[in-house]
Design a protein around this ligand. Structure first.
Ligand code: NDP
Length: 243
């Protein structure tokens, strides 16, 4: 296998699953991470050069050992896609603090964990790309999304800081900020009124949402640029989405 290793977190559904399909089709060896192994096993992939690991990204030790195992098999990680994330909506006055904790741990600490695991090798090799999945909620506020917005603004801030820290080592750090897409993201929201509010809002923008395949295409485009070109950030949403 002459293509380098691509690591994708949160590959069991949504954007991560679609990105996995895209890179698998292009012949890259993959390490796919998520907590639901059975969902990853059911993906329509050619599994010859795919390693699946049941890993919670908040567990640095487990995350690191999965990456090292894949690297022994396929060589060093050339692309890490920190995609795993959760969105639990709520008003800060009533939302359970455990939900804030889950979002901050997964969306921020999970991303920092991934970056720490691969950065040293990438700097030494003067080659490598990290792509963090943020959101339009990473640079715009949305009512009843305070903790999620805080976590995604955090992803933006950390990404830009680390980009500046490692640029001289020829390592690329990119952000993708999608708009609303119907993945499993909303399934975990416990506040039913807010879920139906999003359904109502969807009907005001024509009833369709972003197709995850377009996110996968965007990720592939960013990676396909030459190593000396960093697409720092892309925001994409369906044309009718205004905020
Ligand atoms: P999904 O819920 O479909 O996918 C989320 C993925 O993250 C799943 O594969 C899930 O796998 C994984 N995940 C969640 N928590 C953990 C964890 N602790 N450890 C490992 N994996 C975890 O949603 P999306 O595909 O929509 O979300 C992907 C990313 O895109 C997220 O970062 C989200 O914030 C972002 N995003 C989504 C938008 C949308 O409208 N859908 C818009 C903008 C950004 P498992 O449960 O098996 O662990």
């Amino acid at each position: 296998m002459n293509k380098p290793l691509v690591v994708i977190t949160g590959a069991s559904s949504g954007f991560g699953a679609e990105i996995a399909k895209r890179f698998n089709k292009e012949g890259f060896p993959l390490l796919l991470l998520g907590r639901r192994l059975e969902k990853m096993e059911q993906l329509p992939l050619d599994f010859e050069h795919v390693l699946l690991k049941q890993v919670d990204v908040t567990d640095l030790t487990a995350f690191k050992s999965a990456v090292r195992e894949a690297e022994e098999r396929y060589g060093k990680t050339d692309l890490l896609i920190n995609n795993a994330g959760v969105m639990l909506l709520g008003n800060i006055e009533t939302q359970q603090p455990e939900e804030w904790q889950t979002m901050l741990d997964t969306n921020v600490r999970g991303v920092l964990n991934g970056m720490q695991i691969v950065l040293e090798d990438m700097k030494n090799r003067q080659h490598g790309t990290i792509l963090n999945m943020s959101s339009i909620a990473g640079f715009k506020a949305f009512v009843n999304h305070a903790a999620y917005v805080a976590s995604k603004f955090g992803v933006h801030g950390a990404t830009e800081t680390i980009r500046q820290e490692v640029a001289e080592h020829n390592v690329r750090i990119s952000l993708v900020s999608p708009g609303y897409a119907e993945t499993e993201l909303l399934h975990h929201v416990t506040n039913e009124a807010l879920v139906s509010g999003i359904e109502d809002w969807k009907s005001t923008i024509g009833g369709t949402t972003l197709d995850p395949r377009h996110v996968a295409d965007t990720v592939f485009f960013i990676y396909s640029m030459p190593q000396d070109v960093t697409v720092r950030e892309v925001a994409l949403a369906i044309t009718k989405q205004t905020p």
